[in-house]
Design a protein around this ligand. Structure first.
Ligand code: 7TS
Length: 410
């Protein structure tokens, strides 16, 4: 047991964790990239294909009605999981990247005018930067950035001069995939609203690892990647405040998103269906519902507490071993993505050596090149944790690092 999670019992639900890699037990420390999937999720997807597979809405037959009911039930579950009272405020798509692009295309391009500003932070993932670059280039708006403080938190001391009546949109990650940093979302949402801006929270890392309540936090848009929270790849979507979704233009046109189509024009369904053109990722979203049930059974408070404990242990052990750990030390202010630099061994070399020992970590810029420049490093090594990881696996990581050091003679 760590905290309130029975890790040994949880691990039994994840078939892949029984695997060996290079004849070593698999030590999977890359859940910020994608999480592993429990049997319950895999079975739900198989069950869908084995018993209910049909396309949505189109059928007047039983199978299609079952598939539609399961899909819409998944939407209601996801809405409830993030504290949204209206399932119709959740749009399904392939996840965070697609969701940010949808808001940038359907909302930002529509409302931004030359001279308007989009405020982001220096720690954003490329998927919460590049779509805003597109929107700014298309509208004449300007991008500005909240800087990072020395301790890896956001430096909010200059917020009043950065967030002004010119700001129309604030985009911020709820949890950094490099530093783990968790900004004060409630405060940022209130500050954005005070100047008439909307806040878009990149929830790719936050939603899998902490309780999120879009209503309590007063968030306008929240992006969600199902594959990082035990769900299938290409599951997840976008939460949007209803009145904003009503104003937002569709991104993809095609079947199922329309009401009436004429040769020269069309009318569209209400949200969320206006944004769901063509055949959807049906099995994936239904699998995500099983993932949400799994997480709810554990309880998100326990999930978060487990992560704080293993993160604190990892930071202490890595520091002791001579690694430089980036990001806040205080686990109240951060999640479990732990980036580090170890003895001047390039992170890619480190990751390759660790792989020989069955330890999976990520190395590189983590799709955050501007942040790497701020940190003054070309890349970092990163271990990231989830419900199935134990302190023993942190020990395995540190042991493997020590052997890498011996190999490189550092
Ligand atoms: N935003 C953040 C904060 C992320 O960590 C990621 C993925 C994304 C957006 C994009 O999510 P996607 O599901 O649309 O791909 N982050 C990582 C990572 O840290 N390592 O691999 C992918």
């Amino acid at each position: 047991m760590i905290g309130e999670l029975d890790v040994a019992r949880i691990r039994k639900d994840f078939p892949i964790l029984e695997r060996r890699v290079h004849d070593r037990p698999l030590v999977y420390l890359d859940s910020s990239n994608t999480s592993q999937k429990p049997r319950q999720v895999i079975d739900r997807v198989s069950e869908f294909y084995e018993r209910h597979n049909a396309n949505l809405y189109r059928g007047v037959y039983e199978l299609s009605e079952e598939a539609t009911a399961m899909f819409e039930d998944a939407r209601a579950r996801l809405a409830q999981f993030i504290g949204a009272s209206d399932p119709g405020s959740v749009i399904f798509n392939r996840g965070t990247t697609e969701s940010t692009n949808l808001v940038a295309h359907g909302y930002a391009r529509k409302v931004l005018r030359p001279g308007d500003e989009i405020l982001l932070t220096e720690m954003e993932h490329h998927s919460n930067l590049v779509p805003w670059q597109f929107a700014a280039q298309a509208t004449g708006a300007t991008l500005r950035f909240i800087p990072l403080a020395e301790d890896g938190t956001l430096d909010l001391s200059g917020l009043e001069s950065l967030l002004t009546e010119r700001t129309k949109l604030l985009g911020v990650s709820g949890m950094s995939n490099v530093l783990g940093t968790m900004p004060p979302l409630e405060r940022l949402a209130a500050a954005a609203h005070a100047v008439g801006a909307v806040i878009v929270v990149d929830g790719a890392q936050l939603v899998p690892h902490a309780t999120v309540d879009v209503q309590a936090l007063d968030i306008d848009f929240l992006t969600i990647s199902g594959h990082k929270m035990l769900g299938p790849t290409a599951s997840g979507g976008l939460y949007g405040r209803r009145e904003l979704l009503e104003r937002m233009d569709p991104f993809l046109g095609g079947g199922e998103m329309i009401l009436e189509v004429y040769p020269d024009r069309s009318t569209f369904k209400a949200p969320p269906w206006k944004f769901e053109a063509g055949t959807m990722n049906i099995a994936e979203e239904i699998g995500l519902a099983a993932a949400i049930e799994y997480l709810e059974e554990l309880g998100m408070r326990a999930v978060r507490r487990h992560e704080q404990e293993i993160t604190a242990y990892a930071i202490a052990r890595l520091t002791e071993a001579g690694a430089t750990v980036f990001g806040p030390r205080d686990v109240e202010q951060r999640g479990g993505a732990v980036s580090f630099w170890f003895k001047d061994i390039h992170p890619h070399d480190l990751a390759q050596i660790l792989d020989q020992e069955g330890v999976c970590i990520r190395a590189g810029h983590h799709c955050a090149q501007p942040l790497m420049r701020v940190l003054g490093v070309p890349a970092t090594a990163r271990a990231s944790f989830y419900i199935y990881n134990s302190n023993d696996e942190v020990d395995a990581l540190v042991g493997a690092l020590e052997r890498a050091e011996a190999i490189f003679g550092a």
